[in-house]
Design a protein around this ligand. Structure first.
Ligand SMILES: [Zn+2]
Length: 283
């Protein structure tokens, strides 16, 4: 690690431009190519102070990709995730401690890479992709699960999820190649840091949100999900509950359930950034 850091500092000293978003308030400056901005980045709500951390919420699926469909009422995942993300956004905005944006605010299709590229281009400090689970062969499965990135899918179910999520990009027919990499080492460093922060946030979310909604016993899983692959933005995929379970469906698709999810998520997000502020101040 020391060797990589020394190399990184040497590269920075050699004058590689930091570019927009290259400097962070804490830690090592991260140099990444953020050229070719997407037109029309989403609006930001919440804290007016641009120094406040930005959270990007990503309602899973959308448009011609409905995601899972509940056998209990026929609700589609893309609609459930949009309603939940909107509730979380509104709770964060009302509190005013962070800034918040959504990758989509209506029923539209986005390829997976564009979802995290929005977070990168906006210099988000946390990316949360919202989903609802499905286990058609096991309607007893219920509870929330948090996924963070792993190079190797940790088990068969995670691998299956990775396959399903990644297939979404092929539906769009968008090219996934062409990731703009200035330097592989810098990407690896940023990725490692992001994975650590993501795992910390997963544990914090479980701790803060358990009072509000149930988690699966094995609540934190690792998978190679495309949507989590922003190298420089800590990212989680949050499966709120099972659309194939009647109790979960009634909960996550109700105003009260959404409110509870938003309260738990808000508590975790605000605690996460308060902790990081304390850590920076202690340096
Ligand atoms: Zn999904």
């Amino acid at each position: 690690m020391e060797v990589l850091l020394a190399l990184l500092m040497a590269l920075v000293a050699a004058g590689i431009p930091a570019g927009p978003g290259g400097e962070r308030d804490e830690g090592v400056p991260i140099v990444l190519d953020r050229s070719d901005p997407l037109p029309g980045l989403p609006r930001i709500v919440g804290a007016a102070d641009p120094r406040r951390p930005l959270v990007v919420l990503d309602p899973g699926h959308g448009g011609r990709d409905p995601g899972a469909t509940s056998p209990f009422g026929g609700r589609r995942e893309k609609d459930v995730t949009l309603a939940i993300a909107t509730e979380i956004r509104d709770a964060l905005a009302a509190s005013g401690r962070v800034r918040v944006a959504m990758t989509r605010e209506d029923d539209r299709y986005l390829v997976l890479k564009d979802r995290y590229e929005i977070a990168r281009k906006m210099r988000a400090e946390l990316f949360i992709s919202i989903h609802a689970d499905a286990a058609p062969a096991n309607d007893g499965a219920r509870g929330a699960t948090i996924y963070t990135l792993s190079e190797v899918a940790s088990d068969r179910e995670a691998a299956l999820l990775a396959e399903q999520q990644n297939r979404s990009d092929r539906i769009g027919g968008a090219e996934l190649s062409g990731e703009a990499i200035v330097d592989r080492i810098l990407i690896d460093l940023a990725q490692r840091e992001s994975m650590n922060v993501s795992a910390d946030f997963a544990a914090l979310l479980k701790r803060e949100a358990s009072a509000y909604f149930p988690f699966r016993p094995d609540y934190h899983r690792f998978a190679s999900l495309v949507v989590l692959k922003a190298p420089d933005v800590p990212s989680i995929l949050f499966e709120t509950g099972y659309l194939t379970n009647p109790v979960d469906t009634a909960y996550i698709d109700s105003p009260e359930g959404r409110r509870q999810i938003a309260l738990g998520m808000k508590s975790a997000i605000e605690t996460h950034f308060a902790r990081r502020l304390v850590r920076v101040a202690a340096r």
